[in-house]
Design a protein around this ligand. Structure first.
Ligand SMILES: [Mg+2]
Length: 452
């Protein structure tokens, strides 16, 4: 029996805006940050969970974690995990906190940190990685992890069980694939940030090709001429006929008609999909863009979105509207593992591949589990996963890639446990003499202009 006794929040920010890592058409200079939650127990185990943000406002998420986490203090882990669907409903049902959501925005980001911290704790107690807990469940047990409120018009628990049973007979083969690091092919965005120079773009693309990557994503949406030049460089590096796939990401900068016009201009570079062409809330807009781009003179361009999609209800509508070629749920934004399972099942029902959002600190550590669950338990098909090679050195058990595949995590937990030294060094606002944020160097960011 493990009892939850207390929790701690940490505001940890990495100064990535200094070298423009993570820069795109909407987010010119982010400081990759973690609103971090450590769940303490009366055992030797701790649960570590976090939510990803890009800097300012991280303290608001930490503050919201401080309002959600008390809901589990004093509870036994067994009681929490015995009926996860019920627990999840309980965690979103504080009506005063619900008012500042519901199930969206800062309060849902905070829930993601807490729920993922609970899964990390559970996995450590069971001595398994999170993906393996789900892989070892029966279809009925997987479905019991989910709160089906608001999605039964698209997917009932009975249908979900039937879908899982369809792929169950071959599950053991896929567990073996996972054990041999052949479950989740990786793609890279590391070359494609908008703020990188053309020389850096060329060098990084050449390196990525050498490293065995087959899928490459570039940020677009700054200026059309620049994008044409950058995409030409990319195609020169990866070719058109070598089995390499190009994707582009506009990070929400366009209106619906702008997205259609702009992407027709970029169609000659044959991207597989345009990611986040417009507002993340615009279900019908995405459907219109997908329809308009389904038949360009160079072939179809698909539509992908999801990293800022709030919850399973929004994903349900995107899928019902036929708005998605690829679904990119975020491991934190949607409230943690349980809601992710609901979204994986919805995607399976509608036949849309899942490629979780991983462009952020800690996200590849989480999503390697989710994509493995999708392959082994839910879809039974290999998809793809974004691998961004930044900041992994701060984690005890970092995500990594080998021969173009994600190396399946084997350590117990959910893989986001950060090194104590890294937490202290990048703690915000931080302790004088201990945190980088109190150094002279940090003044460039702290006193600098806000980029708009
Ligand atoms: Mg993106």
């Amino acid at each position: 029996m493990v009892k939850i006794t207390s929790f701690v929040t940490r505001d940890v920010r990495f100064p990535t805006s200094l070298d423009k890592t993570g820069s795109d058409a909407m987010n010119a200079a982010g400081d990759y940050s973690s609103a971090y939650c450590i769940i303490k127990t009366d055992s030797e185990h701790e649960g570590h969970g976090m939510t990803f943000t890009i800097g300012r406002g991280n303290e608001i998420v930490c503050s919201a974690i401080g309002l959600v986490a008390p809901l589990v203090v004093g509870k036994d882990l067994d009681e929490i995990t015995a009926d996860w669907g019920k627990t999840w409903r309980y965690l979103v049902s504080d009506s005063q906190l619900r008012w500042i959501g519901p199930e969206k925005g800062v309060i849902h980001l905070a829930l993601g940190a807490v729920v993922n911290g609970l899964w990390d704790l559970w996995a450590k107690v069971l001595n398994k990685p999170v993906w393996r807990i789900v892989a070892d469940m029966t279809p009925e047990e997987v479905v019991r992890c989910i709160d089906f409120r608001y999605i039964t018009d698209a997917l009932t628990p009975e249908e979900a069980i039937a879908l899982l049973k369809e792929v169950e007979p071959t599950k053991q083969d896929r567990i073996k694939d996972a054990e041999q690091n052949k479950a989740v092919p990786a793609y890279t965005t590391s070359a494609g940030w908008l703020g990188y120079s053309e020389e850096k773009l060329k060098a990084l693309l050449a390196q990525s090709v050498k490293d065995g990557f087959k899928h490459f994503k570039l940020k677009v949406g700054g200026s059309l001429e620049d994008d044409k030049r950058r995409l030409a460089i990319a195609r020169e590096a990866i070719g058109y006929d070598k089995g390499n796939v190009l994707m582009v990401d506009a990070n929400q900068v366009w209106s619906v008609p702008e997205a259609i016009t702009y992407m027709n201009e970029l169609a000659q570079f044959k991207p597989w999909f345009i990611e986040e062409p417009t507002s993340p809330d615009d279900v019908l807009g995405h459907a219109a863009i997908r329809k308009a781009l389904s038949n360009t003179p160079y072939g179809p361009i698909g539509v992908a979105t999801g990293e800022m999609c709030q919850n399973r209800v929004m994903f349900k509508q995107f899928l019902q509207a036929g708005a998605l070629t690829v679904l990119q749920a975020d491991a934190c934004r949607v409230g943690g593992v349980n809601e992710c399972l609901a979204i994986l099942l919805l995607a399976r029902k509608f036949g849309v591949p899942i490629v979780p959002h991983s462009g952020g600190v800690g996200l590849p550590e989480y999503t390697q589990h989710l994509s493995t669950i999708d392959y082994v338990v839910v879809s039974g098909k290999r998809s793809l996963l974004e691998y961004v090679d930044h900041l992994h050195e701060h984690f005890e058990h970092p995500a990594s890639v080998k021969d173009g595949y994600i190396v399946t995590p084997t350590e117990p937990g959910y893989s986001v446990q950060m090194k104590p030294h890294s937490m202290d060094q990048y703690s915000f606002p931080g302790e004088a003499g201990k945190s980088w944020w109190t150094s002279e160097e940090a003044k460039i960011i702290l006193d600098g202009p806000r980029v708009v």
